[in-house]
Design a protein around this ligand. Structure first.
Ligand SMILES: [Zn+2]
Length: 247
């Protein structure tokens, strides 16, 4: 089991990676790790994620009370705590503003188009939460309906939050979201940018999928809910990979 020191080093490392990849600018973004059930190690406010040191991180409890660290905790701690309280399996969270995915979020477009098989099978669709002003309770409230079902969420006019069982996995989901957003953008440019509307699909997640005995007229919903995951596995067994023919 990693020590607190190891977690501090990893947060610093992935913070630097976010900065180097251009996923955050200036003092944007925040990262955290659940040290134990009620202790969260998290980045402070007012510091570039590219130049943090392990000692800069702070520790809060699940109510947001700071219990260790000299700096002030990130102003977006409410969002992070809501995710930890909602999902016992989540051990790490990464929030950033990767430009392409954030562009989709600013345009009001969810990343729900099943364009890339790895994303569909591994992450599912990435819903779009309504706008919530950073640093307010509104932000956490806007994300709350999506947290139980999804591991990455677009935040309207703001950025992306991704989470997982380790900081590495949370970071990788962030990277996947941005990569998928870039592919989606290329796809929309190549096809005239109308694929979502031409097919008549809703922008919302969990669109109804047909049963496997029906001729397919719509793609399977790629979200992580148990019913949709089971349906994808069933379709895979019956007819081979279900996404490729739909591209
Ligand atoms: Zn932010």
């Amino acid at each position: 089991m990693p020590t607190e020191r190891k977690h501090r080093e990893e947060i610093v490392r992935y913070g630097r990676t976010l900065h180097e990849k251009g996923f955050v600018a200036a003092m944007d973004g925040n990262l955290s790790v659940r040290l134990r059930q009620d202790r969260i190690l998290v980045t402070p406010t007012g510091l570039s994620k590219g130049s943090m040191r392990p000692a800069d991180l702070v520790i809060v409890d699940l109510e947001g009370k700071q219990v260790a660290g000299r700096r002030h905790v990130t102003s977006e701690i409410g969002m992070q705590l809501m995710i930890y309280r909602t999902r016992a399996d989540v051990k790490a969270i990464v929030h950033a503003h990767p430009p392409t995915a954030t562009g989709f979020a600013a345009a009001g477009i969810a990343l729900t188009e099943p364009l890339v098989c790895e994303v569909v099978m591994g992450l599912g669709c990435i819903p779009l939460a309504r706008y919530g002003t950073p640093g307010t309770a509104e932000l956490a409230q806007s994300l709350e309906p999506y947290v139980p079902k999804y591991d990455a969420i677009l935040m309207s006019n703001h950025g992306v939050v991704a989470y997982g069982d380790t900081i590495e996995h949370a970071y990788m989901k962030m990277e996947t979201v941005e990569h998928f957003a870039q592919i989606s953008l290329s796809s929309r440019i190549c096809s005239g940018g109308s694929s979502l509307y031409r097919s008549g699909r809703s922008r919302s997640c969990c669109w109804p999928a047909p049963s496997i005995s029906e001729p397919r007229t719509r793609p399977p919903c790629p979200c992580r809910c148990l019913a949709c995951r089971k349906r994808r596995v069933r379709e895979f067994r019956v007819s081979g990979f279900p996404v490729i023919p739909l591209l």
